[in-house]
Write a new protein. Structure first.
Length: 256
């Protein structure tokens, strides 16, 4: 079994990333329309990661969060462990912050990957009807590859075929964090073909949980990628750059 203190961070495909310039301009305008100081609000979001800094007017909050949601989903789809002879993403759990956050992740996935069936990526939480049935389907339905969970798959549920865990929320309880990691440790025979059992899984830690628990991984899987936290920080630097550009243009307009 793989060392549970290790996770893999790999460069991702950038081709589908939403234009930062377009996002920031629309978010900036939405904040202005609602009477906010756009600089203070956007910088507050960048520094804290708290989406409530951004108004939901004109879908601004979803847009600015989409920049990071795309990053996460693309990494999972490209570098997550594959099964079925490498043709399908292995069973994956994305741990989301709340129902609204989870629904946005699911919607974003289907927007990015419309070629996959509707049941490929589904939300499982207490707001969903027949959530217990969905958990059974996640285990047994070969088309159901990604479960976006709010608490329901964190502990006490065993789906042995799970090989990819995505932490898209901070976890402050060490006991719960270890239990959540345990969703990937279950043995699964013949997962990769006859006589090829499950031997490892991958953790994608989006919210710095390993750092929080002083157990950050020692390195990558050898492919030389930057950590996901570093890439997301660079995305936020891009956002700051665009914000400065917009402010400069407005100042130049005011002088003319």
């Amino acid at each position: 079994m793989a060392d549970l203190k290790n996770t893999q961070f790999i460069d991702i495909n950038q081709t589908k990333r939403i234009s930062v310039s377009e996002v920031i301009l629309r978010v900036y305008q939405a904040l202005v329309e609602r009477g906010y100081n756009p600089v203070n609000q956007i910088v507050g979001y960048i520094m804290s990661g708290d989406p409530t800094y951004i108004t939901s007017h004109n879908n601004a909050r979803s847009l600015i969060m989409k920049v990071e949601r795309d990053e996460i989903l693309e990494e999972l789809m490209q570098y997550g462990i594959k099964t079925n002879g490498g043709e399908l993403l292995g069973k994956s759990i994305i741990f989301a912050y709340n129902h609204h956050h989870a629904q946005m992740i699911v919607d974003c996935f289907h927007e990015l990957y419309p070629e996959h069936p509707a049941n490929y990526c589904q939300l499982i939480d207490n707001y969903v009807k027949y959530a217990d049935d969905l958990i059974l389907k996640f285990e047994n339905d070969d088309e159901f590859r990604i479960a976006v969970s709010v608490d329901m798959l964190d502990t006490g549920i065993d789906v042995p075929a799970v090989v990819n865990l995505v932490f898209f929320k901070p976890v402050k309880s060490k006991i719960k964090f270890v239990q959540m990691i345990g969703r990937g440790t279950r043995l699964c025979e013949n997962l990769f073909g006859e006589g090829k059992d499950k031997t490892h899984f991958i953790i994608f830690d989006y919210c710095g949980n390993f750092e929080y628990f002083d157990a950050h991984p020692d390195g990558t899987d050898g492919m030389g990628g930057r950590s996901l936290s570093q890439r997301l920080f660079e995305v936020r630097l891009d956002i700051l750059h665009e914000l400065q550009r917009i402010e400069y243009q407005e100042q130049e307009f005011a002088r003319s």
